[in-house]
Design a protein around this ligand. Structure first.
Ligand SMILES: [Zn+2]
Length: 252
């Protein structure tokens, strides 16, 4: 079968990043019939939370691979490349090799746009930061005519407020060190149906569901404010002035 070119490529670090971080933008594109692929650098084997009930820590790697497969189906992804870099050890891995492998995916899939982690890693996660830097380098290494537009996942002030409120609701006291951007370029606002679809993808990652993610389900307004709001920063665009249309604008 001939590989369909011209879609979206999302490059993440862990199973669940694609749903919790970029679920809305992925759904927007797949539902519009735009081919969307995912690269995920690790199996997420370090994310042991004692879930789901009855699970054993040594099985987490396979559990998370299975959860990612389900989430990919829920999001309508056309393909998933699951790599085997150590969870928590992406930065200590061969950065040139990772960059080369991302470059190969871009060369093969020829996406019009790539979405990756920014230099803040959303909340400073070293795997996110390393994977984002390799993705930036891979995009920069493409020849000019073949270089896709590049976007970074971003956190803005409304999203920080959402996380604080959600965690308060669950009675949690540990706050993520979220780093809001002063200015974001594109905000994808999801409607109520899209929020439910994104929730279904997030819920596939049963081993990773923090208490606050369960607590907010009874609070539709909060879900809308948090899951329904995805900010991005434009790093580079094929053509000047595309910022306005943002992401979907790449495909218009
Ligand atoms: Zn992650």
């Amino acid at each position: 079968m001939e590989e369909q070119k011209g879609g979206l490529l999302v490059v993440m670090a862990h199973p669940d990043d694609e749903s919790m971080g970029t679920g809305g933008v992925v759904l927007r594109h797949t539902r519009a019939g735009i081919t969307t692929h995912l690269v995920c650098a690790t199996y997420g084997e370090a994310g042991w939370m004692g879930k789901p009930p009855g699970a054993k820590q040594e099985d987490l790697r396979e559990i998370r691979a299975g959860e990612l497969e389900q989430a990919a189906a829920a999001l309508g992804l056309s393909g998933v490349e699951l790599w085997d870099y150590p969870d928590g050890g992406v930065r200590g891995s061969d950065q040139q090799e990772i960059t080369q492998r991302v470059w190969e995916q871009i060369s093969k899939l020829r996406p019009r746009a790539v979405v990756g982690w920014g230099p803040d890693g959303a909340y400073g996660h070293p795997d996110h930061i390393a994977m984002g830097a390799c993705t930036d380098a891979a995009v920069a290494a493409m020849t000019e005519g073949e270089r896709p537009a590049l976007y970074h996942v971003a956190i803005d002030r409304p999203l920080v407020d959402f996380y604080l409120e959600a965690m308060r609701l669950a009675g949690g006291d540990h706050a993520l060190p979220l780093q809001p951007q002063e200015k974001v370029d594109v905000v994808i606002e999801l409607d109520a149906d899209e929020v439910q679809m994104k929730l279904r993808a997030i819920d596939c990652h049963r081993s990773q569901l923090e208490d606050w993610r369960i607590a907010i389900r009874d609070h539709q307004h909060l879900m809308q404010r948090g899951y329904g709001h995805e900010p991005y920063v434009v790093v580079s665009s094929r053509a000047a002035g595309l910022t306005e249309g943002g992401l979907l604008g790449e495909f218009a």
